[in-house]
Design a protein around this ligand. Sequence first.
Ligand SMILES: CC(=O)SCCNC(=O)CCNC(=O)[C@H](O)C(C)(C)COP(=O)(O)OP(=O)(O)OC[C@H]1O[C@@H](n2cnc3c(N)ncnc32)[C@H](O)[C@@H]1OP(=O)(O)O
Ligand SMILES: O=C([O-])CC(=O)C(=O)O
Length: 374
Amino acid sequence: MTIHRGLAGVVVDTTEISTVVQQTNSLTYRGYPVQELAAHRSFEEVAHLLWYGELPDSGQLRDFQARERAQRPLDRSTSELLARLPETCHPMDVLRTAVSFFGAEDATEDDGSPAAHRAKSLTLLAKLPTVVAADQRRRRGLDPIPPDPELGHAENFFHMCFGGVPDPEVVRCFEISLVLYAEHSFNASTFTARVVTSTLSDLYSAVTAAIGALKGPLHGGANEAVMHMLAEIGDPRRAEEWLARALADRRKIMGFGHRVYRHGDSRVPIMQDALDRLVARATDPEATRLAALHTALRHAVLTHKGIHPNLDYPAGLAYHLMGFDPPAFTPIFVMSRITGWTAHITEQLAHNALIRPLASYAGPDQRAVPTVAG
Ligand SMILES: CC(=O)SCCNC(=O)CCNC(=O)[C@H](O)C(C)(C)COP(=O)(O)OP(=O)(O)OC[C@H]1O[C@@H](n2cnc3c(N)ncnc32)[C@H](O)[C@@H]1OP(=O)(O)O
Ligand SMILES: O=C([O-])CC(=O)C(=O)O
């Protein structure tokens, strides 16, 4: 029996949603290169593509946007629940709890059809940013700002976080990050969602579990961890020395390495370009210092360990420069990946097979239970 720890290299099913080809460093969503989608399409159009298999025409996009904008507000019971959660819990715990609560509250029939799933998916796409923004404000001691139905998805998120919409170039960089984070085949959180779905459980349970899987620093949690690591290093001149010690201590360098890509993550050049534009327009010298440190560490890791950055590396610093707090970085990833997860939930149900692998037993040989003395 061959053991594949971590399921490395194991092909468990087919998918029509996206493909990651490590040999050519390419990533396509429904056949379209992600580079082209990031350059020319909005996040809402990409969500439609992932869910329906095609980009929307203008009428479909208008309808999609109208439904998304209408569902952004949170009801009173959700706001009250979120206000009661301790501020010591991580924002990913808040998001996980919110999705679980949405599931408990949703009394609409779930007949397992793609139409029912797409309606629930759109509700989550619309409401998750409202939760993330309200939670970031609460931690800063500020009241929530209601969503503005006149604004697009990305603009509205800035409005709810900061009470204003920044320069269009900043909004565009943010939207690019959402497009890049939207989908990545059978990654750990998507696979988690597919495992839960394979038992014929409901969509909210699958998404709640996926959020838990994304939270870990070996997966989505790395974008937040990148900022903590840069803060620990502090100075670009310390990057080499810090790295040598971290590698000697067998630490994982956050934002580097990937299970599938061995020669660099296909999404990094696009996100790095967006990050460079953010750095170029920043007036704060702190931004230049952080960018120099970011570059110094990237060169050091490549030179001394031969490992390339993954998407979390440029995205982490980009979110910092946009003004978001590091604990909100992985929740922003969720706001995007909700599209990929739910596309996979629908696909899993369409050709369902219970996911249940085998294990090679390595415990004690069979033995008799001792009789209880006395
Ligand atoms: C959006 C995303 O989820 S992208 C991933 C985000 N996660 C991170 O950035 C966390 C840091 N990276 C890692 O921990 C890993 O690269 C992973 C988990 C992403 C992928 O790991 P795997 O495919 O399991 O590879 P594995 O961990 O076995 O690494 C292979 C070798 O490269 C080393 N390596 C890989 N990534 C790193 C890293 N970031 N820092 C230091 N060493 C690394 C490993 O130590 C191992 O070396 P060894 O053979 O000498 O022991
Ligand atoms: O594919 C993976 O293993 C992790 C990743 O990059 C993602 O989920 O975007």
